[in-house]
Design a protein around this ligand. Structure first.
Ligand SMILES: C[S@@+](CC[C@H](N)C(=O)[O-])C[C@H]1O[C@@H](n2cnc3c(N)ncnc32)[C@H](O)[C@@H]1O
Length: 271
């Protein structure tokens, strides 16, 4: 059997904790220290290794600020909901950076959203996060024997072999790997390798966390360089809908030189 059910998760919701507060204070101190010690405007983007280590700690301990707008599937819009509904039964839905998988749980339970019933039925479903949250709702999802569901955990998306995840018809990333990675190019490369031709991808993110130095349209300009994709920005530029229209070789996805990093939730990165 390809899909395993993990029954080890126990009863606990993660909340915004003291560790998050420490992280915030640490970030402010770190930022001010940078400003005092450098004359350029990117003064805070110093000591990348330290920033990456802080980010890794957030990811491995699930210390996220989880009270955000937009976790409701309805906020993703009619097109997203229609395309979920239209997925054939034998297709593969992949949520990357699932955390507690708020939207996925709405979609698997089924709900009236924006005037219609929306539900993932017998599709194969993969959720992936660095650390699987110990939450009753995730356990319930995993324990539902009628579902072909699995939660992959333990490593970065960038480090998975393609066969470990399998090809996908639909990729959904809401404040997930795309938001937290230091290497957006590697995440996009992985997604486009996993996505079947004709497959859809939705990336929901905080635009201010994705900094392209002195280039307001940097992300769009970057995506425009990738062949055989169609994409557009929705929800005031915070949601990308992308369709893979043909084969995309990994080499055709330009490398992004990652320059600096400021740890926050999610981090601000400079490319
Ligand atoms: C803030 S939570 C978002 C959870 C959920 N999508 C939501 O919107 O509530 C971030 C999730 O992304 C995962 N994540 C971040 N960077 C990742 C990466 N590079 N590879 C795999 N998972 C990653 C974290 O482990 C976590 O599950």
């Amino acid at each position: 059997m390809i899909f395993e059910v993990d029954e080890s998760a126990v009863d606990s919701y993660f909340t915004v904790s003291i560790m998050n507060l420490k992280l915030l204070v640490g970030t402010i101190v770190y930022y001010c220290w940078g400003l005092l010690h450098s004359s350029n405007s990117y003064a805070a983007f110093t000591n990348c290794d330290h920033a990456l280590a802080m980010n890794d700690r957030v990811l491995r301990t699930n210390q996220f600020a989880i009270q955000r707008d937009g976790e409701d599937a309805a906020a993703l819009g009619d097109l997203f909901l229609n395309e979920v509904n239209e997925l054939p039964e034998n297709s593969h839905f992949f949520e990357s950076g699932a955390g507690e998988a708020h939207v996925l749980r709405q979609l698997t339970d089924g709900q009236f959203l924006r005037g219609k019933w929306v539900q993932l039925k017998s599709q194969k479903i993969t959720a992936l996060g660095i650390a699987k949250p110990e939450s009753p709702s995730i356990t319930a999802l995993a324990n539902n024997a009628t579902r072909r569901f699995r939660y992959l955990e333990g490593k970065y998306l960038e480090d998975y072999a393609l066969a470990e995840i399998g090809t996908c018809d639909f990729i959904f990333d809401q404040y997930g790997a795309f938001s937290y990675t230091a290497r957006i190019d590697l995440v996009i490369r992985k997604y486009l390798e996993l996505l079947k031709v004709g497959g859809k991808m939705y990336l929901d993110f905080k635009p201010s966390g994705i900094a392209f130095v002195e280039r307001p349209n940097g992300l769009e300009d970057y995506l425009k360089k990738i062949p055989n994709i169609q994409f557009y920005l929705l929800n005031q530029g915070s949601l990308i809908r992308l369709v893979k229209t043909g084969t995309v070789s990994p080499e055709s996805i330009p490398e992004l030189l990652f320059r600096n990093f400021i740890p926050s939730i999610p981090p601000v990165r400079v490319y």
